[in-house]
Design a protein around this ligand. Structure first.
Ligand SMILES: NC(=O)c1ccc[n+]([C@@H]2O[C@H](COP(=O)([O-])OP(=O)(O)OC[C@H]3O[C@@H](n4cnc5c(N)ncnc54)[C@H](OP(=O)(O)O)[C@@H]3O)[C@@H](O)[C@H]2O)c1
Length: 215
């Protein structure tokens, strides 16, 4: 049984949890307020779900999703993430996250920031460009024409392959963007961001993406 550990139980965390449960995974879900605050959600998710501390969710997860406001990634304790495959769904919204100079000057990307904070994890960017509810509403079985595609980006190919297999299992084709440093191609305000695209459409969108400085 593959366990998905979830750091963040909001829109994205709970949607990925539901998708994973629908496809036979177990989930351990966490938030900033502790497992007691998740009793209602876990009751709703069913017997294959349990609540834990963030450390519990990270330790239990074969794959660990981080889905929290970007500014809060710096509060995560890196220790339990050692050796873990970490899916990063986060986006940069300065109104919410404050100004982050290294993102403003585009000298790095959001997922590279998470990788730098969790140096012993294998970070894979995914799920940042789909509206949370659409993880359930637009999923389709493999092989259907026009099946929606989602990206993966990462510096560890084996980790990326495992995340790609998970994304395929819950209902989407997968486009490999390359290294984490390519993640800007699907960041906020790029052509593919939040758009429903099949594999060919998403490939065209990421190829057409421009840096903020060039928009
Ligand atoms: N919403 C979308 O459609 C969507 C789509 C793609 C990507 N994203 C990105 O995904 C991330 C999460 O978005 P969201 O909409 O799911 O947010 P959300 O609904 O506001 O939920 C945020 C979750 O993060 C938890 N959290 C905050 N700080 C934490 C910490 N230090 N440790 C553990 N948990 C923490 C919160 O727990 P508490 O409630 O206990 O504080 C809450 O469960 C953001 O970066 C967002 O830009 C969102």
């Amino acid at each position: 049984m593959t366990v998905i550990g979830l750091v963040g139980s909001g829109e994205i965390g709970s949607s990925v949890a539901r998708a994973a449960l629908d496809h036979g995974y177990e989930v351990v879900i966490s938030n900033s307020r502790g497992p007691e605050s998740l009793t209602g959600l876990v009751g709703d998710l069913g017997p294959q779900a349990r609540a834990g501390t963030t450390t519990d969710a990270v330790r239990a997860g074969d794959l660990v999703l981080v889905a929290i406001p970007l500014k809060n990634i710096f509060d995560l304790d890196p220790a339990p993430f050692t050796g873990k495959i970490v899916i990063d769904a986060d986006n940069y919204y300065p109104q919410r996250d404050g100004q982050i100079p290294a993102l403003d000057d585009e000298s790095t990307t959001t997922s590279e920031l998470l990788q730098a904070h969790l140096p012993k994890a294998k970070v894979v960017k995914a799920f940042n460009h789909i509206v949370a509810a659409e993880i359930l509403s637009t999923a389709q079985p493999a092989g259907l024409p026009g099946r929606r595609a989602l990206v993966v980006a990462g510096d560890d190919q084996a980790a990326k392959d495992q995340v790609a297999a998970f994304i395929d299992a819950i209902g989407f084709d997968v486009l490999d963007l390359g290294q984490l440093s390519e993640g800007w191609r699907i960041q906020r305000d790029t052509p593919g961001y939040t758009q429903h695209r099949d594999l060919a459409g998403l490939r065209a969108d990421v190829a057409a993406a421009k840096r903020y400085a060039d928009m």
